[in-house]
Design a protein around this ligand. Structure first.
Ligand SMILES: [Zn+2]
Length: 46
């Protein structure tokens, strides 16, 4: 198989039972990503 560059398609945000924001995206090859962070922490920032 040749190299494949994932193209992330934004699926949107949802809120988990634990109150975390979950950001989901996928590639048409079937790969998926999810990233969660606490809503009260805001976006990661140094
Ligand atoms: Zn892909």
């Amino acid at each position: 198989m040749g190299e494949h560059v994932h193209v992330r398609v934004w699926d949107g945000l949802s809120v988990s039972e634990g109150g975390e924001l979950v950001e989901q995206s996928h590639c048409r090859c079937g790969a998926t990503w999810s990233r969660s962070y606490r809503a009260d922490d805001g976006p990661p920032e140094e």
